[in-house]
Design a protein. Structure first.
Length: 486
């Protein structure tokens, strides 16, 4: 199994090289040359722990990793830093099944992949006999930045620089980032939004002046964003794991078809679900749930992608995105990996901000249902789920719940639905409380719900602020140049 670029570069590279590069040299994303099959009826599936299943699912994708290497990465990633021993437990709440992906150190699902990525990367450095150190450049809508820094803090031979939209993240998210320890971590607020951060970061990967500077310093760039296959592959695991839990708890029979509803931003999480389906997991519909930035809702309904629209900062900020990078990987699959067609669409996106699918191409999207939730609907769902079930969900998860309910209103289906729960409610307490800006919102949330405050939130109050840079988008590159030499 090797990796090729979506944009047509002929060279096939092994997983370790794709992980180190992040983005392919032609600006495309790496995709696996084939998607392996995983038989859920194999004898081990139902007995596997999270770690064992992670090995079975990831091994074929990481064909150049030895068994010992991969098992060691997995063991170091999925350990006690997850506060739930199942790592990714499924909770039955009413008729819904919530796959809780927020029990990692930073309380969002990004931990599922970013706790293992640093180990995959340092193993790749050794395998590829790379002499340069790694500089991770990352744009974050709030959760990736913290999770990536937590993963890479003090990892030898790495440095990490994170850009986040200064006015576009929750108070807790910002405090988590600004208190980050580790001499190799740097956080920079920008006067701009996530899309601007992500676009500028992508440009920097291919900037020759920066590359020369890196070479002089014996460094090379890589990415911790979900454009890196080292992010995507670990995310496939929990779809299988959730399914296993439903079988073990006798909610479904082995082989029974289910739906999944995923709160979507950069299209990484749901793409991992699509890969799981392609690998053989019996998923019928992948429900792509957006907030008011509903560019994907329109795309799946009409085949027309149009980012020329107002950008909203919402109460589910990790999904405030108009350019969903990982969609490129899906487009590559549905255009039968025809790079010329893909380049056409990506050029249209870059120059006009839009592109359209042909009718046959649109036909290939039938596995996806799309919908969105407004901020008022999100707040209402959070309240309703708590009032009815005494279960607290965060605003991102509420988006997935709302759109899953919409699906059932318009489609007759008796399939069970997994709602992917991507953040702890403690990361976004203002939505539950209904009033932003409360000084003691964490205590208030705990008081009203009886839900224990996670330690990682408690300690935020006393940790010193260690980062204070804020820059304009136009000087992001200069900031990187000066940080490279620090
Ligand atoms: C990143 C994130 C999302 C969106 O995930 P994508 O993989 O970017 O689609 C949803 N919810 C939360 C809490 C997140 O941190």
């Amino acid at each position: 199994m090797k990796y090729i670029s979506t944009r047509g570069l002929k060279e096939e590279v092994p997983a370790s090289e794709a992980i180190l590069n992040g983005l392919a040299p032609d600006g495309g994303l790496y995709i696996p040359t084939q998607i392996p099959y995983y038989d859920i009826k194999n004898k081990r599936f139902l007995n596997n722990t999270y770690q064992e299943l992670a090995f079975d699912i990831m091994a074929p994708f990481l064909a150049d990793f030895t068994e010992i290497e991969l098992k060691s990465c997995i063991a170091q990633a999925y350990d006690e830093k997850f506060t739930n021993e199942l790592i990714a437990p499924v909770k039955k709440v009413g008729n819904d099944y919530y796959l809780e992906l927020f029990h990692g150190p930073t309380l969002a699902f990004k931990d599922m992949a970013l706790s293992i990525l640093p180990y995959l990367m340092t193993t790749s450095l050794k395998k590829q006999k790379v002499k340069e150190d790694i500089v991770i450049l990352t744009a974050t809508s709030g959760d990736t930045g913290k999770a990536a820094m937590a993963g890479f803090a003090n990892v030898p031979r790495t440095k990490i620089i994170v850009f986040y939209p200064k006015e576009g993240v929750s108070k807790i998210q910002e405090r988590q980032m600004l208190t980050q320890e580790g001499a190799n971590t740097f956080v920079v607020g920008i006067n701009g939004n996530f899309d601007q951060a992500q676009t500028t970061v992508k440009q920097m990967f291919n900037d020759s002046e920066l590359k020369d500077q890196l070479k002089k310093n014996k460094q090379q760039f890589s990415s911790a964003n979900s454009i890196n296959i080292g992010r995507l592959i670990p995310q496939i695991v929990y779809y299988f794991y959730a399914y296993q839990q439903l079988v073990l708890s006798k909610e479904i029979e082995l082989g029974e078809v289910i739906n999944v509803s995923v709160p979507t931003g950069n299209f990484g999480n749901i793409l991992a679900g699509y890969y799981a389906k392609e690998m053989g997991l019996p998923i019928s519909q992948l429900i792509c749930a957006s907030n008011k930035n509903n560019v994907l809702t329109e795309f799946f309904k009409t085949g027309h992608y149009d980012k020329n629209r107002e950008f909203y900062v919402t109460n589910s900020p990790s999904m405030d995105i108009l350019i969903s990078s990982n969609l490129e990987r899906l487009l590559s699959l549905i255009t039968e990996r025809d790079p010329s067609r893909l380049n056409e669409m990506m050029l249209d996106l870059a120059h006009k901000g839009e592109y359209s699918l042909a009718a046959e191409e649109k036909q290939q999207l039938k596995d996806f249902y799309s919908g969105f939730a407004t901020e008022e609907e999100i707040a209402l769902i959070v309240k309703q789920v708590f009032d009815k079930e005494n279960y607290v969900i965060d605003p991102h998860t509420a988006v997935a719940k709302k759109v899953a309910d919409d699906y059932l209103k318009t489609n007759v289906s008796d399939l069970k639905t997994i709602i992917v729960s991507t953040a702890s409610p403690y990361k976004f307490p203002a939505v539950f409380l209904g009033e932003a800006g409360l000084a003691n919102e964490v205590e208030k949330l705990s008081e009203l719900t009886g839900l224990a405050i996670p330690n990682s939130v408690m300690e935020l109050a006393t940790l010193p602020l260690r980062h204070d840079r804020v820059v304009d988008v136009s000087v992001m590159k200069n900031t990187v140049l000066s940080l490279l030499n620090s």
